[in-house]
Design a protein around this ligand. Structure first.
Ligand code: IVH
Length: 674
């Protein structure tokens, strides 16, 4: 073994210990889990090659760090085990093979599949049905006693339901935070200028390890159970899945996603399904867990060091990774808004290679203190644009440079203005600015606006740069020959594009209004404006007061709309578009007519299929209804989509009318708004 290897082992141990401390003791990790896992794996590999160097105090020989002194220590009657991780199909296949070999059986194994919740493990001790102690995992043998805090979590029962409860039972599960709870909590913290949490897991851990339970009580914590430790005084079922059912019957929450499958093929299908649904789930998961379902088989398999041989965590690709900020540039949006964007060293995260990440605005750059040269955590979850989460200060180079917002637009050189109290700085160049022109044309052509198929971002940029178009109105004058001369554009695609542009002439008024790209006028507002005024000329002539009669339109939106239509340039573009043949079916103006749902209060809950929430709300408001966020005695009707939860239950309890989306659509059709 070489001296460098020995030094590397020492260095890895130092680093892992430091990150353990950040993670377990301070609840404030500096690096993403994937990076931590790599450090640990590197150390494990080196120690496997050189077993003589393994020492009892190596981070590979224990799990977690010592409890904080301020909490009492709690001893687990049965140790809290950890899980072996798999990152590939091959590792899952190896696991299944080992299970077969140890059990000496041929046929498919029955597995219980569950989401791998991204929170923190907790053990709840119930004696004769009463919750007497709650403890964190700690080192697996003993953790921190957090009973007072756990008692504040609404979903954890203080007493088990039913007469037949065990004399002693340790329930094992995960405390976590829902995504919406996390967002709301961070938004409130940001408003008060308090510390925000990096992700729901840290938020859950930080909240549970508060010394003051009143603070914990304010935090939106949730809990799912996924197993048991010591159980005495009752015969438990002989399958893991049946144990979960018992737990549920005793009043303990269990994830609805749990599913029994046959063999490794079933596990794969479950993994694929959950990977697809991951971002739509209300809470974060970082993978799935496969557990041999039969308890006799689990017992035959036993455990190695700290992980059972009968379970495996199959992890999803990391959504957070480390990389370096090469530069910070400023991007100009459709409305002139300037967004600082970090140019990154390419990094594979969330399943794609990422080279840019948004920094939102100048204040965010200051708040996160991101500097050019810094190592940062980037996050890419689902289709959301990648963002810089935080800086790893430990790795800041001496020559890291502070970002300065430019005084002039980097594209057109116009002055940059930032209205007092607003976070967004803007280029004042309007459509003189090529960047704003490009963005407004991209928006106009986009799917939910005029839906011009084949007119993608790159092509718009080419068209503007080549001088073929200056405004959206110029699109309708484009000829095949002009397009066919562009790079990477053949006769056929030129023809298709001209046809797609022509096709877009037949549209709807809400789409057209949305396509114009007025500030603060999203799809729902465009819809409300269209329904209220019924026709474009009436809208163009409306003043601020008149506009504010439209549901959900306040003084700011009204001013943006008036400003937009007052600009001669915009009037000209609209006139050209109409002359080019843009048309839409007539809508009956609702502004002054009788409103069939006047005085009625609606609540929307669950997932709607046909309409977005905003659209449903705008339509209901057009018919005169009020749309509220919570169900009360004053609610007249609840529209329940799929997965409707507590609001639906409450509506039923209060005897309030509940309708489906289909019934809502019928109502809207009768009202003439869809
Ligand atoms: S079972 C006997 N099931 O993952 C095995 N753990 O990496 C004990 N976790 O400490 C754990 N979801 O905090 C199990 N459905 C699930 C889980 C789960 C999340 C966490 C738990 C555990 C860690 C191990």
């Amino acid at each position: 073994m070489s001296a460098t290897e020995k030094a590397r082992i020492a260095e890895l141990r130092r680093q892992i210990e430091y990150h353990n401390y950040r993670y377990y003791v301070l609840d404030d990790p500096e690096i993403p889990d994937a990076e931590y896992d790599r450090l640990l794996r590197e150390l494990q590999d080196l120690e496997t090659t050189h077993p003589a160097l393994i020492s009892a105090d190596s981070p590979t020989q224990r799990v977690g760090a010592a409890p904080l002194r301020a909490f009492a220590e709690a001893v687990h009657a049965a140790p809290m085990l950890s899980l072996e991780n798999a990152f590939s199909d091959q590792e899952v296949a190896d696991f299944d093979r080992r299970v077969h070999e140890r059990l000496k059986i041929e046929g498919d194994i029955e597995y219980s599949c569950e989401p791998k919740l991204d929170g923190l493990a907790i053990s709840l001790r119930f004696e004769n049905g009463r919750l007497v102690q709650a403890a964190t995992r700690g080192d697996g043998e003993r953790g921190e006693e957090v009973t007072q805090n756990v008692r504040t979590i609404a979903s954890i029962p203080l007493r088990l339901r039913g007469g037949d409860v065990p004399a002693i039972m340790e329930v094992r599960g995960e405390v976590f935070m829902t995504k919406t709870g996390f967002e709301a909590m961070n938004a409130a913290a940001r408003e008060k200028g308090e510390k925000v949490f990096v992700n729901p897991r840290n938020a859950a851990a930080g909240s549970l390890r508060q010394l003051d339970p009143r603070v914990t009580a304010q935090r939106p914590l949730a809990f799912f159970s996924y197993g048991v430790g010591l159980v005495e005084g009752i015969a438990m079922p002989d399958r893991h899945s049946a144990i979960l059912t018992s737990l549920r019957e005793w009043g303990l929450p269990v994830s609805r996603e749990q599913q029994c499958v046959i063999g490794i093929a079933g596990c794969r299908a479950y993994y694929a399904e959950m990977a697809k649904r991951r971002n739509a789930l209300p809470y974060e998961i970082d993978g799935v867990v496969y557990k041999v379902d039969r308890i006799d088989q689990q017992q035959a398999l036993g455990s190695v060091s700290r992980a059972p041989r009968w379970a495996l965590a199959h992890k999803f690709p990391a959504q957070e990774e480390l990389t370096r900020v090469v530069d910070i540039e400023v991007q100009v949006g459709r409305t002139g808004a300037l967004t600082p964007v970090a140019r990154l060293e390419p990094v594979f995260v969330g399943g794609v290679t990422v080279t840019n990440a948004t920094l939102h605005n100048e204040d965010e750059v200051r708040r996160k203190d991101v500097r050019i040269g810094d190592t940062v955590i980037v996050r890419r979850a689902g289709d959301v644009i990648p963002e810089v989460v935080s800086v790893v200060l430990d790795r800041r180079p001496d020559d890291a440079r502070v970002f300065q917002m430019p005084a002039h637009c980097p594209v057109c050189g116009s002055d940059i203005t930032r209205v007092e109290g607003e976070a967004i700085a803007r280029c004042s160049g309007g459509l003189f600015c090529a960047a704003q022109r490009k963005e407004s044309i991209k928006h106009f052509a986009s799917r939910r606006a005029m839906d011009i198929e084949g007119l993608g971002d790159k092509l718009v940029e080419q068209l503007v740069e080549s001088g073929l178009i200056g405004t959206v109105a110029d699109l309708y004058a484009l000829k095949n020959e002009q397009l066919a001369n562009l790079e990477r554009m053949g006769d056929k695609s030129a023809e298709n594009l001209v046809a797609a542009i022509a096709h877009s002439r037949s549209t709807t008024l809400p789409r057209f209004l949305y396509a114009l790209g007025m500030r603060e006028v999203g799809e729902a507002t465009a819809l409300a404006l269209a329904n209220h005024f019924g026709d474009l000329d009436a809208l163009m002539q409306a003043d601020v007061d008149r506009l504010q009669q439209v549901p959900d339109v306040g003084p700011i939106v009204a001013t943006h709309v008036v400003d937009f239509f007052h600009q001669p340039h915009n009037q000209e573009v609209i006139a050209t578009l109409r002359a080019a043949g843009i048309h839409w079916p007539a809508i009956e103006a609702r502004g002054l007519t009788e409103q069939p749902l006047a005085g009625k209060t609606f609540v929307l809950t669950g997932t709607l299929e046909e309409l977005t929430r905003d659209e449903a709300k705008a339509h209901l408001q057009t018919l005169g209804a009020k749309v509220s966020g919570s169900v009360s005695k004053r609610t007249d009707c609840v529209v329940a989509g799929s997965d409707a939860g507590s609001k639906l239950t409450r509506a039923k309890d209060l005897g309030i009318q509940v309708i489906s989306e289909t019934e809502l659509l019928r109502m809207l059709r009768e009202g003439g708004v869809v």
